[in-house]
Design a protein around this ligand. Structure first.
Ligand SMILES: C[S@@+](CC[C@H](N)C(=O)[O-])C[C@H]1O[C@@H](n2cnc3c(N)ncnc32)[C@H](O)[C@@H]1O
Length: 289
């Protein structure tokens, strides 16, 4: 099937990044294919990854705050584990879209395996060029994917269009310090890794930017919460695991092909200059809507 994509697009780069053997192997080996960070309580072992992943997904469900049966769009669903948790635990009817056909196929398999396919549907699409009619969803969410967008304004416009008036948008996304307010090695690291990992919007999302764009797209911003410290234990584990191979890749001049390993090490080293944020916003009701 031909994928309908938006005009301003880096779709090819995103697909290439997720198809890299290093990327596929890393996510598969460490997180069983899930592609987001975990959230920890202070008493948790940093190595209890699965528990932390599910807790982060529960935070999504709690922030969406929808009744069972609500129609929800997962933009950039990956292999569908977030959608699976939201259906299984919160009773939401989730439709996930993703650029990679392999992710969509895996998401469908996992839904069937969990006996949740009555609540879960998936399609191979670009969230910047959605086919759904206006006001199709009660809520929309992104989990660590909007950073890939080539045109975040266009994506937010799509989310606004497909949400019903009063509907909720929740985005778990990264934001960073302005380049002028960090040391040169940190600024260089962001520029390089955001390029290699096809994350132009992370390069652009300095503190406050996503909040401003969300408001400009017509949403009422309810809040932005910095939960970085709750995810640091997992990032630190990845940095510890990646330190030795990262040095090897560097020495062998294979940096570009080991972007996940390098990201773990470098994003941990420079953690003072970026945040993991939860953005919550509602589509404003207009008179008569
Ligand atoms: C870091 S992964 C997160 C996956 C999933 N949300 C999770 O938490 O496991 C980012 C995902 O967004 C998808 N993605 C990136 N840009 C997209 C776009 N324009 N449309 C649909 N999916 C996109 C990627 O294919 C990838 O599966």
């Amino acid at each position: 099937m031909v994928l309908k994509v938006s005009n301003a697009s880096n779709v090819r780069e995103v697909i290439r990044y997720y198809r890299q053997p290093g990327s596929r192997l890393g996510y598969r080996l460490f997180l069983n294919g899930t592609k987001h960070f975990g959230f920890y309580r202070s008493t948790d072992s940093p190595w209890a990854w699965s528990k932390a992943l599910r807790r982060m997904e529960d935070r999504m469900g709690e922030t969406l705050a929808q009744p069972a049966g609500a129609r929800v769009l997962d933009a950039g669903c990956g292999v569908g584990d977030v959608a699976g948790r939201l259906a299984g635990r919160f009773g939401l009817r989730v439709h996930g879209v993703d650029l990679l056909d392999a992710h969509v196929a895996q998401a469908r398999r996992r839904a069937r395996r969990r006996n949740l396919d009555h609540l879960l549907t998936f399609s191979h699409s670009d969230y910047a060029a959605l086919d759904f009619p206006d006001e199709s969803f009660d809520a929309v969410y992104t989990m660590e994917t909007l950073v890939h967008a080539a045109d975040a304004e266009a994506v937010l416009k799509q989310f606004h269009r497909v949400l019903r008036p009063g509907g909720r948008l929740v985005m778990f996304e990264y934001a960073r310090e302005a380049a002028t307010r960090m040391p040169t090695p940190a600024a260089d690291m962001f520029r390089q890794l955001n390029d290699w990992a096809a994350m132009p919007s992370f390069q652009r999302f300095t503190y406050g930017t996503l909040e401003r764009l969300t408001a400009e797209a017509g949403f009422s911003v309810r809040g932005v919460e910095d939960i970085s410290r709750g995810m640091w234990p997992m990032l630190r584990c990845f940095a510890v695991i990646g330190t030795l191979p990262g040095a090897g890749f560097r020495a062998a001049r294979l940096r570009r092909h080991s972007v996940n390993t390098l990201s773990a090490v470098e994003f941990w080293r420079h953690r003072a200059f970026w945040r993991y944020e939860i953005h919550t916003a509602d589509k404003v009701r207009t008179a008569g809507s």
